[in-house]
Design a protein around this ligand. Structure first.
Ligand code: MOS
Length: 726
């Protein structure tokens, strides 16, 4: 099905299931420990040996030799895999550094070996016996000192070129009120709950991996490329994923090493990266330096807006496009954005939790707060004043839906914004200084081709099959709701099977495109199945509801259509020009109250409110969970999360959950989420968009702004830790 014209009224609009706050259909399995994760497929693979990765202990250089003799002699050891014995390996399209180093080492804890043994303890003990000697090269680890050597990213699909409209410099110089400020966001770790893990089994020349990935087909493609085997020889199974946050978008070393280890040991092998390895072995969100220049008239209208961002990465690595939202969020005739990447020899920077907008909004939305203060204007009002209905770079390109103003107004009302004291450091409760902050929320909402297969069984059960993943987000549930809606079945007559490369290729989970795109793919397959059923039953324009199919006064149980054999339909939704001619984005507003200890500088978040306009909300309960999870990440980003670079040795020093601080329950106060009523006819037949990442974009700035309001101290370097307030 091609989605080329705005969605009209369709069977989803009946909203018998879609839009209902159903509990997760996979909830009971997860809560009772019956949902197997990548390291836990004991039933399917009872005889797996254990692999432990050995990581490089230099950041840059070459491996001179590896002495694995002692490791091979250690009790229980079955195999030791290194680049020297693994055979020729290719490189995944989406990987920057190789997933098994040798002879070149590109970053600290890049895998150099895998030790396979009968037990995990034996493998771990033997891993310590692998002796690697290196020739170390001098690396570069500090963004600030290489910033001036940064260049525009080349040939990168995620990097828009620098943008320019009008004459930014001239307009900025002439603006009556100007802000020119530089902000930094630190290196951050995904810190998902389930580690990167894979169980691998060979059957002849065919490989099956049970792995933790957000994108089944990307994993399959790049694993085949890395192992130099046909894609048809690889099956990827990922029914449950314990969080990804972008860190599992791409093939990682656990899958490659498990496959190589299983081949070497002649039996299945499972590998889970240990927590202390994840921080330097896998990807992370790279540090950014961002300069914002905004010139406004005395009336508060933006005349010139410029945003430049710098990050570092391995040679060939991606930019962090922190300028994305600045191209679209506010009006203004004269504009420029620029993205630059410098070479750093730290581990690979890549997508993490709303890449681009999350760190971009951390800077832009403090800048707006600073401007409001310069103007003596309410920061909610300043944002409303600079709203735009069209893409400010391309005035004939409208937003499909844009309710930023409504989000800000609704939030201000609900939060009690009027009562805020605009003058900083005025409100005290004992030794606590109280402050309030606001930020807009913005995240693009791309649409991605997505396929699904549906089967109506002779028992009347509808089964959905797609390689879509559920990374803890609720995909199982919204897909079940979609199929139930389309065929008029109760939810418990629908079975959803996900995360298997034997199923049709879906959008996968990433960039908040999964929910809308994957359900639209299921919609398309269900449309085909409805046609088959209509033909089978000899009905014209039948209605599917309450487990029956009806037309012209005749009503039959749906199961009857399949009485002579299962009916199967498959389709793919493809998105065309519509998504190019209209800007698909999601909008929101974040309001926060903080208390800052006037003696210690400790910040406690006391109240958070998010208002979101993100198309049709497919399931308000799982959507709310997405948003409060994101708001929690925003607290981490604002106040805690920060990987510290050891600039001599070139690694992230705080590489465990004891020293990489993330919010815990005690850090999280009352959180409230409001969804505006919206249907986006340009997004898909579902009229939905993404919402998970929207919930993150802007939160940290709202907190930083609230801290400023509480204390009068403006912190432009995240995280806002107490040392910066004293
Ligand atoms: Mo998200 S960082 O695109 O998985």
């Amino acid at each position: 099905m091609k989605f080329n014209t705005p969605a009209t009224t369709n069977p989803i609009d009946t909203l018998r299931h879609v839009g209902k706050p159903y509990d997760r259909v996979d909830g009971p399995l997860k809560c009772t420990g019956q949902a197997p994760y990548a390291y836990e497929h004991h039933a399917a693979v009872p005889d797996a040996a254990h692999g432990v990765m050995v990581g490089a202990t230099i950041a840059k250089g070459t491996i001179v030799s590896i002495d694995d003799a002692a490791a091979r002699r250690a009790p229980g050891v079955l195999a030791v895999v290194t680049a020297a014995n693994a055979g020729a390996l290719g490189k995944g399209q989406k990987n920057t550094a190789r997933l098994l180093a040798g002879p070149e080492v590109m970053h600290y804890h890049q895998a150099v070996a895998l030790v396979v043994a009968e037990t995990f303890e034996q493998a771990r003990a033997a891993a310590h016996l692998v002796k690697v000697s290196y020739r170390e090269a001098k690396g570069s680890f500090d963004l600030a000192s290489v910033k001036d050597s940064a260049t525009p990213p080349k040939g990168e699909r995620n990097a828009p070129p620098d943008t320019r409209v009008g004459d930014f410099e001239h307009a900025f110089d002439g603006a009556p009120v100007k802000l020119d400020a530089t902000y930094t966001t630190p290196d951050q770790a995904h810190a998902m709950m389930e580690p990167h893990a894979t169980t691998a089994r060979w059957g002849g020349d065919k490989l099956t991996v049970w792995t933790s990935t957000q994108m089944v087909d990307w994993c399959r493609t790049d694993l085949a490329r890395t192992l130099n085997i046909g894609k048809d020889k690889v099956r990827v199974v990922a029914p449950y994923i314990g969080g990804g946050f972008g860190g599992k978008l791409f093939l990682r070393t656990d899958a490659v090493l498990a496959a190589l280890g299983a081949r070497a040991a002649g039996r299945p092998v499972k590998v889970a990266l240990q927590r202390h390895q994840i921080f330097n072995n896998t990807t992370h969100r790279p540090k950014t330096i961002q300069r914002l220049r905004i010139g406004v008239g005395r009336d508060g209208r933006i005349q010139a807006i410029g945003h430049e961002t710098w990050n570092g990465n391995l040679p060939g690595g991606r930019p962090e496009v922190a300028t994305q939202q600045t191209r679209l969020l506010y009006a203004g005739a004269h504009r420029m954005t620029a993205t630059r990447v410098a070479v750093l020899d730290l581990p690979e920077g890549n997508s993490m939790r709303a890449p681009g907008e999350a760190p971009g909004m951390m800077a832009l939305e403090i800048a707006m707060d600073e401007l409001a203060e310069k103007l003596g204007m309410d920061p909610v009002q300043l944002r409303i004043l600079n709203d735009t209905k069209v893409d400010p770079e391309k005035p004939n390109r409208p937003f499909s839906e844009r309710r930023l103003v409504e989000c800000l107004r609704t939030g201000a009302e609900r939060f009690g914004w009027k009562a805020r004291n605009a003058k900083p450091a005025q409100v005290r409760e004992g030794q606590w200084l109280i402050g309030h902050g606001v930020a807009a929320a913005f995240r693009n909402s791309p649409v991605v081709k997505s396929a699904a297969r549906v089967r109506l069984g002779t028992d009347g059960i509808l089964t959905v099959e797609t390689d879509m993943t559920d990374i803890g987000t609720g995909s199982y549930t919204i897909i079940a709701q979609t199929a139930a809606e389309m065929l008029g079945l109760p939810l418990d007559r629908v079975k959803v099977k996900l995360g298997d490369s034997d199923f049709p290729v879906s959008a996968g989970s990433g960039g908040q495109f999964g929910a809308n795109s994957a359900t639209a793919g299921v919609y398309a397959a269900c449309v085909k199945l409805r046609e088959q059923i209509a033909a089978k039953m000899n009905m014209t324009e039948p209605v599917f509801a309450d487990g029956v199919v009806r037309a012209g006064g005749v009503s039959q149980p749906l199961a009857k259509a399949a009485e002579s054999g299962e009916l199967v339909a498959e389709d793919v939704i493809e998105f065309g020009e519509l998504a190019k001619k209209n800007q698909l984005s999601t909008f929101g507003a974040h309001f926060v109250e903080v208390a800052v200890d006037s003696v210690t500088g400790e910040t406690r978040v006391r109240r958070m409110l998010a208002v979101c306009a993100a198309g049709r909300i497919l399931n308000p309960k799982s959507a709310r969970s997405q948003v409060i999870g994101s708001m929690t990440m925003g607290v981490g980003g604002a106040l805690m999360e920060h990987m510290v670079v050891d600039k001599r040795l070139g690694f992230f020093a705080n590489h465990d959950m004891a020293t990489y601080e993330v919010p815990v329950h005690a850090d999280i106060p009352h959180q409230d989420v409001i969804f505006l009523d919206e249907e986006d006819e340009y997004s898909s037949p579902m009229k939905a968009k993404g919402v998970g990442e929207l919930g993150l974009c802007g939160v940290a700035a709202a907190i930083a702004n609230a801290v400023y309001n509480a204390t009068g101290v403006r912190v432009r370097e995240y995280p806002v830790t107490l040392d910066k307030l004293l």
